[in-house]
Design a binder for this molecule. Structure first.
Ligand code: NAD
Ligand code: 4TP
Length: 332
């Protein structure tokens, strides 16, 4: 069961992390979607000696298989080049197509530099939104997870100014359905409890500090509770993230990126994983960005990429088990 790994921004730490981990871990079932010259050059810069071959070679211990995608311009650590933006997206496309046609059981992504893709004239706000669009699904949900905390987001990469308008009844309903069903099916939690943050300080202070709770969030939660979901909230986000509440929770739904992710990263930066829920394929990622300051130095921490790979492999096993059970049941 091969998994695809995309090293992301070629000037960032993604290629380093893949190579550093490949020199320490069993990489026989990884297929790295990248420019082979880039990977060779970065390995030399890091002083790593690895057996890198074409992806069609037989899997073998210590062998890193690479499915080639050509860079448009040679990449240097730490130096962004908008001419390589299309390359980054091409690697994602190869991984997505490979997952969709069954060649790969999952894809694991290293960080991309969103700004340089936009500077190349390509509208791009993140892997999450790109995968949603490329897989043709109406809604996906970003989850970041570390031991003791899972956070999902009602909105992802958009300016803070636009957040309140983006939180509609329909969006919240979709996000809660996806979060709830993923916790059951992919995380094996039969009756998940989800804590829901308010949007405003003190969850709106009974309408004196904002109306989104009264107008939108509370009606959606009441409706979904009637359908059997175990939902607490909307709770003030400042006190929700305390042990008293978190110990009762299987996941927390935050209303926006910087309401939920700073808490998660404070707790688990370096061993957290980013998972896109609601896709027809399995995709995990790291909890950090391109760290241009560390590219080519060998100082980048591989913990989150390792967690992302292990999570993708575990999710792929779960999916395989579910398929085998369904097939067995059909035959039985
Ligand atoms: N999954 C993704 O594609 C992803 C995730 C987050 C950010 N980004 C992108 O990365 C770019 C840079 O973002 P940023 O500067 O906000 O965050 P960053 O994570 O790249 O860097 C923040 C700080 O953390 C350090 N750091 C990051 N990863 C590290 C690692 N593995 N080991 C040791 N130290 C590490 C960096 O050196 C820096 O000091 C942006 O374009 C952002 O959009 C991409
Ligand atoms: N929101 C993520 C984080 O802060 O870690 C990050 O930007 C990555 O998002 P995508 O997986 O959508 O690229």
């Amino acid at each position: 069961m091969d998994i695809a790994i995309t090293p992301g921004e070629p000037a960032g730490i993604g290629p380093d992390l893949v190579l550093q981990l490949a020199s320490q871990q069993d990489c026989s079932h990884w297929v790295v979607i990248a420019d082979p010259g880039l990977m060779q050059q970065r390995a030399a810069q890091l002083g790593l000696s690895l057996d890198m071959t074409d992806w069609q070679a037989a899997p073998a211990p210590g062998r890193l298989r690479i499915q080639p995608v050509q860079l448009d311009n040679p990449a240097q650590p730490g130096q962004l080049d908008h001419r390589n933006a299309r390359y980054v997206l091409n690697t994602l496309d190869v991984a997505i197509d490979g997952c969709r046609d069954g060649r790969f059981a999952a894809m694991v992504t290293c960080p991309v530099q969103k700004s340089i893709i936009n500077e190349a004239g390509i509208a791009f706000s993140g892997h999450t939104e790109y995968l949603q669009q490329r897989c043709g699904v109406e809604k996906v949900v970003m989850m970041l997870a570390t031991p003791g905390l899972r956070v999902t987001l009602a909105t992802t990469h958009l300016p803070l100014r636009d957040v309140a308008d983006a939180i509609t009844g329909q969006t919240l309903e979709q996000v809660l359905y996806i979060t709830h069903s993923s916790l059951i099916q992919q995380f094996g939690i039969p009756k998940p409890r989800i804590l829901v943050c308010g949007l405003n300080p003190h969850a709106g202070e009974s309408g004196h500090l904002g109306h989104e709770e009264i107008d939108t969030i509370i009606p959606v939660l009441e409706q979904l509770r009637q359908q059997g979901m175990d939902l607490m909230g909307p709770l003030p986000a400042d006190t929700l993230f305390t042990p008293k509440y978190l110990q009762q929770a299987d996941a927390v739904l935050a209303m926006y990126h910087d309401q939920g992710l700073p808490v998660l990263k404070h707790m688990g930066f370096g061993n957290a994983v980013n998972i896109t829920l609601g896709l027809p394929i399995i995709r995990t990622s790291v909890d950090h960005g391109t760290a241009l300051d560390l590219a080519g130095t060998g100082k980048a921490d591989t913990g989150s990429l390792l967690t992302a790979i292990h999570t993708a492999q575990a999710m792929a096993q779960t999916a395989l088990g579910a398929t085998q059970n369904a097939t067995g049941a059909n035959h039985g």
